[in-house]
Design a binder for this molecule. Structure first.
Ligand SMILES: Nc1ncnc2c1ncn2[C@@H]1O[C@H](COP(=O)(O)OP(=O)(O)OP(=O)(O)O)[C@@H](O)[C@H]1O
Length: 291
């Protein structure tokens, strides 16, 4: 959650006579990228790629966390990223979202938008949404109000306490409530939701901003089997309309949703293909899946 969304949430809570809960977020400083600041232009996907990384390198104190990383994602694709701890998966997402600037390489959104020229908030505004591992929602606000709040930042009306939803926005909010399986819980305080429902709500908050590309970091960690299954269905619904990059360790979840899987290791792509293909790859078995 960006500072401006935090501020807006605090104002909303005050207007309800509620004090903002300290530690509203649990994401350890790695927060979701809300806060669209301007209307995004169209992303040029005529070359069949919504995201394109070429020979990207990042070192931390001489340690190469990302090492000649190249990959691309097609519009509407649902790409799964797997790999051992420390492979560079989070750092790759940090680079795409502008949190970390690489030492060298290219990172393009569509064919024309050079992401390395933009700051984190601007990249969110361009239509790249990021979901961190832990849910980040305003627990004292209702599900509906959380979604409304995501729209408020989208509309650039952070300073106004009250704004009227247009018919189109009401429709979007209703559609998102259905998509995230929370239509029956619209009036519930978010704090009363289960862990899985909070995750869906946060995904819904991103969806309110109509992102073109969604980056999701371990979305089913800590979920029950039923919640994991519902999340798989949710992602399959989102695919096509949005492009998704999903980092996950849960192999049965990946089997349910995946088309193409990329295996990262030591900061670069070790293997790419269907889950069956990468699971049969000796190098992947060696470094990640075990024998
Ligand atoms: N800011 C930083 N400073 C120093 N080293 C870092 C920093 N960020 C990441 N690293 C190192 O870079 C490597 C890649 O880390 P990263 O978090 O991207 O891996 P990961 O694939 O996401 O791992 P995991 O599956 O455990 O989340 C690790 O060795 C990590 O310790």
């Amino acid at each position: 959650m960006t500072p401006d969304l935090m501020e807006e949430g605090a104002r909303r809570l005050e207007s309800h006579g509620l004090a903002p809960t300290a530690g509203q977020t649990e994401s350890g400083g790695r927060n979701a990228s809300y806060g669209r600041v301007h209307t995004p232009g169209e992303v040029d996907v005529t070359h069949g790629r919504i995201l394109y990384l070429e020979d990207v390198n990042v070192s931390f104190d001489g340690f190469k966390a990302i090492n000649g990383l190249s990959l691309d994602i097609a519009p509407g694709e649902l790409r799964c990223i797997i790999g051992p701890n420390g492979a560079g998966k989070t750092t790759m997402m940090d680079i795409i979202t502008g949190k970390t600037k690489p030492d060298s390489g290219q990172v393009f959104f569509g064919s024309t938008i050079d992401l390395l020229r933009y700051r984190e908030a601007e990249i969110a505004a361009l239509g790249i949404g990021r979901k961190f591992q832990k849910p980040t929602v305003f627990e004292q606000l209702s599900v509906f109000e959380n979604l409304e709040l995501a729209l408020a930042t989208d509309k650039g009306v952070r300073r106004s306490m009250v704004f009227a939803l247009t018919g189109e926005e009401k429709d979007r909010l209703s559609e998102v409530l259905l998509t995230i399986h929370l239509a029956d819980s619209a009036a519930r305080p978010a704090g009363l939701l289960s862990h899985g429902q909070k995750q869906w709500l946060e995904i819904g908050m991103l969806l309110m901003q109509e992102p073109k590309l969604l980056l999701l970091d371990e979305p089913v960690a800590g979920m029950t089997d039923e919640e994991t299954e519902r999340t798989a269905q949710l992602f399959l619904t989102l695919k096509g309309k949005h492009s998704l990059m999903v980092v996950e360790h849960d192999m049965s979840f990946i089997r349910t949703i995946s088309e193409k899987v990329t295996v990262l290791c030591e900061g670069s792509v070790l293997a790419e293909g269907t889950l069956d293909e990468v699971q049969a790859d000796e190098r992947v078995i060696e470094v990640y899946l075990g024998r």
